[in-house]
Design a protein. Structure first.
Length: 489
């Protein structure tokens, strides 16, 4: 990638004070912004946010120990010296919002906002990778996509950035509207609408309406990028038009899609795709298997077109897409007689995402004598439909020829009882109790999928499986020495 550039100064005492109407203390310059001392980098401005679980004001000394250039503190906070460099403000959360808003005002970047029931983070990462080749691109880190994460991402945006890709998430109605109004995107991409977080919504239409809040902040003449195959397409398109006459750019396998899938051929490590992008025939490869990644790639190309980037470069870069940690990344774990392939999907789960992951597992190449094994933890926030939605996974698991299924949690208990006896690998109440059962059952040649909602803590199973490789004389480049990354760089 060449030499790393020295970080630009993002804020100094005067600019930050003007943005927030705060009182500056000392002369300082910040090359970053942080709200979490665990990830704070030297030169960052630390904003002491009062959260639900903790108050950043308790971590000020730690922030300066780690090299913070200054801290944004409440005026009435007396436990830090008055001479502490930074800013004194009435409300630190409001100050973070102010920094974000001013960073957006001064930016010349083309901004793409991304939301959707599934595929947000993977789409955002792929877009960022593509745009980095065509200018300075700034993107949401991890999934900092909420009422703190979005202003933080904007506050961190370099003045020189040409592009920004901002992820927006929500569990409730009304959460995305203020984020969109702050970001004022030129392009708004909705990956898909599915019944996720459904304990807070009565219908998929309500979820669509909540996601459609992303159009509220769309700049005049902006573009809405929508999934033409999704049942909510017409509803979303109408909402986009109401929000200010947005241009609609659609993607999917649908005959009327502007970015249309013509053909795709999957193998164990990725998919070769042929697509028509607004009249141009493009052939490219996606570096991760799974039809959901193919759909994501069409959305990415539609957004790249809306942002006037070079589509040939964009398509070629998709071969380098790698699944983020816990979202489909693969590890080869050495075992007696060979190695096991572990597909780590432990970060999140919804019914549609689990079915997509089962499809990926079904095309994974098993060595002779190997099996396809699904290890599934509870899908959370599904409300009173939870048992039925868990039970409903029995059909795709059987249809895709999965050899054994291990489950953790009460929801997955309903699935376990619905499985044919020969597919039942084992069940436990928690991921901690399930982990040793799975670890003792796997062998070389197996392909093992681990998936569950973040709260079901299926990372415990991933840790137990990667630890199996510890005792082998094997030098890899991933998985903390317990295995190596199979795809990715």
């Amino acid at each position: 990638m060449g030499m790393k550039k020295a970080p630009f100064v993002l804020w100094n005492a005067g600019a930050a004070a003007a943005a927030t109407e705060g009182t500056p203390v000392g002369e300082w310059q910040a090359t970053g912004v942080s709200i979490d001392t665990r990830t704070l980098k030297p030169g960052d401005l630390f904003v002491a946010i009062q959260g639900v679980a903790s108050d950043g004001h308790a971590h000020i000394a730690q922030a300066f120990e780690k090299g913070a250039s200054g801290a944004v503190l409440r005026r009435d906070f007396k436990d830090a010296p008055a001479s502490t460099p930074g800013l004194r403000v009435d409300d630190t959360t409001q100050a973070l919002n102010d920094l974000g808003r001013v960073a957006r005002d001064r930016s010349k970047a083309k901004i793409c906002a991304v939301t959707g029931s599934v595929g947000k983070t993977g789409t955002k990462e792929a877009l960022a990778m593509i745009l980095e080749r065509q200018g300075e691109a700034h993107a949401t880190q991890g999934n900092l996509n909420n009422h703190w994460g979005l202003p933080l991402t904007l506050a961190r945006m370099p003045i020189e950035a040409n592009y920004a890709i901002l992820e927006m998430g929500m569990n409730h109605p009304g959460e995305i509207r203020p984020l969109s109004n702050m970001a004022r995107p030129h392009v708004a991409l909705i990956t898909t609408i599915e019944l996720v977080h459904s304990e807070f919504f009565d219908s998929v239409e309500e979820i669509a309406d909540a996601k459609a809040e992303i159009f509220d902040g769309l700049v005049d003449g902006g573009t809405a990028v929508l999934n033409r195959d999704n049942a909510m397409f017409d509803r979303l398109a109408a909402a986009a038009r109401r929000a200010g006459g947005a241009t609609i750019l659609s993607f999917g396998a649908h005959a009327k899609a502007d970015v249309r899938l013509i053909d795709s051929r999957a193998d164990a490590l990725g998919t070769s795709v042929q697509a028509n992008v607004a009249g141009r025939d493009l052939r490219y490869r996606v570096g991760v298997p799974g039809s959901h990644w193919v759909m994501n790639s069409l959305g990415v190309l539609a957004a790249a077109k809306a942002m006037d980037t070079d589509l040939e470069v964009a398509a070629a870069m998709l071969a380098r897409v790698a699944a983020p940690k816990g979202r489909g990344n693969r590890l080869a774990v050495p075992l007696d007689g060979g190695e096991m392939t572990l597909i780590d999907e432990s970060y999140n789960a919804s019914p549609v995402a689990v079915v997509a992951a089962i499809e990926v597992l079904s095309v994974g190449e098993v060595a002779s004598g190997g099996r396809r094994i699904a290890v599934l933890g509870d899908m959370l926030e599904l409300g009173d439909k939870s048992d039925d939605l868990h039970r409903g996974l029995a059909e795709p698991l059987a249809a895709r020829g999965i050899d054994a299924v291990f489950t953790a949690g009460p929801g997955m208990g309903a699935l376990f009882d619905a499985l044919p006896r020969e597919m039942r690998g084992g069940h436990a109440e928690t991921s901690e109790q399930l982990a040793p059962l799975v670890a003792s059952a796997v062998r070389a040649g197996d392909v093992v999928l681990v998936k569950g909602s973040y709260g079901s803590r299926m990372g415990k199973v991933v840790e137990a499986l990667t630890a199996l490789g510890e005792n082998h004389d094997f030098h890899g480049n991933g998985g903390r020495g317990h295995g190596r990354a199979v795809n990715g760089e």
